[in-house]
Design a binder for this molecule. Structure first.
Ligand code: MF3
Ligand code: CO
Length: 249
């Protein structure tokens, strides 16, 4: 069942989303060579708490941190570590969830660390563009898989591949609600979008193949072929007109 949110519920999610968006915007200037992924997590957690909110991820299925920080071939769910130091040329993806008055906001960005290769830069740009291609279909009456299909078409037209083992999702009182939102698929399938749905749309795009492996820590998902990957996510509210981005300032 897809849970429809009231105006009041979406207002709370907007407030949660504003803090998440602010953190992700600030990280653009914080990420630099020499920083540990643990320091990124410290910044994320301290900022969430300073806003009176709760880090959604911490303790979720035993997850030990407030942010997921995934470097290079790590796709998602990288566990922050004091010994993992960012180096010039890396790509780092940071995923943040904030809970406020019982509602969740969920978003992610990928940042270049210093100067990166032209291919890495293109991967980051295209991953963000994939999200916005999907967003064009986030309108009342549209079938959900039209969103998925648009994301896949953009990624593949640029020679990249779409990670299939992880998907976007409904978001609200729970971080993961129905529906699942794959970043690939045939158009014209799935439920029709309705005003009041809130969706976390999150393309995970690889510069190589789409197969994944989960590391020994039982969290970190990497590309099986070691290729670079990027992640871009926003929580989105379906309205009677333009979709509202809850996690973008
Ligand atoms: N944003 C991620 C997701 O959509 C974060 C989950 S990390 C977890 O699934 F640790 F909280 F599981
Ligand atoms: Co998510």
């Amino acid at each position: 069942m897809i849970i429809i949110k009231s105006r009041d519920e979406i207002q709370i999610m907007r407030e949660a989303g504003k803090v998440t968006a602010g953190i992700l915007a600030a990280l653009k200037d914080i990420v630099r060579p020499g920083l540990s992924t643990w320091e990124i997590d410290r910044y994320v957690e301290e900022t969430i708490l300073a806003n009176g909110m709760t880090p959604t991820f911490k303790g979720y299925n035993g997850y030990p941190a407030s942010a997921c920080v995934s470097v290079n071939e790590e796709i998602i769910h990288g566990i922050p570590s004091k010994s993992k130091i960012l180096r010039e040329g890396d790509l780092v993806s940071v995923d943040v969830g904030c809970t406020w008055k019982g509602y969740v906001s969920d978003a992610a960005r990928t940042y270049p660390v210093g100067a990166v290769s032209a291919e890495a830069e293109r991967l980051v740009r295209v991953t963000e563009a994939c999200f916005f291609e999907g967003l064009k279909h986030c309108r009342e009456g549209v079938r959900l898989s039209d969103v998925s299909h648009a994301i896949q078409a953009k990624a593949e037209s640029e020679g990249f591949s779409v990670v299939r083992d992880f998907v976007g999702h409904g978001v609200g009182r729970e971080m993961h609600e129905e529906p699942q939102i794959p970043n690939f698929g045939k158009p014209g399938r799935g439920p029709r979008l309705v005003q009041g749905m809130t969706l976390a749309i999150e393309p995970m795009i690889s510069a190589g193949g789409y197969e994944t492996v989960v590391l020994q820590d039982n969290w970190t998902a990497v590309t099986a072929d070691g290729s670079l990957s990027a992640h871009y996510e926003n929580s989105v509210a379906i309205t009677d007109g333009e979709p509202e981005l809850l996690t973008l300032l």
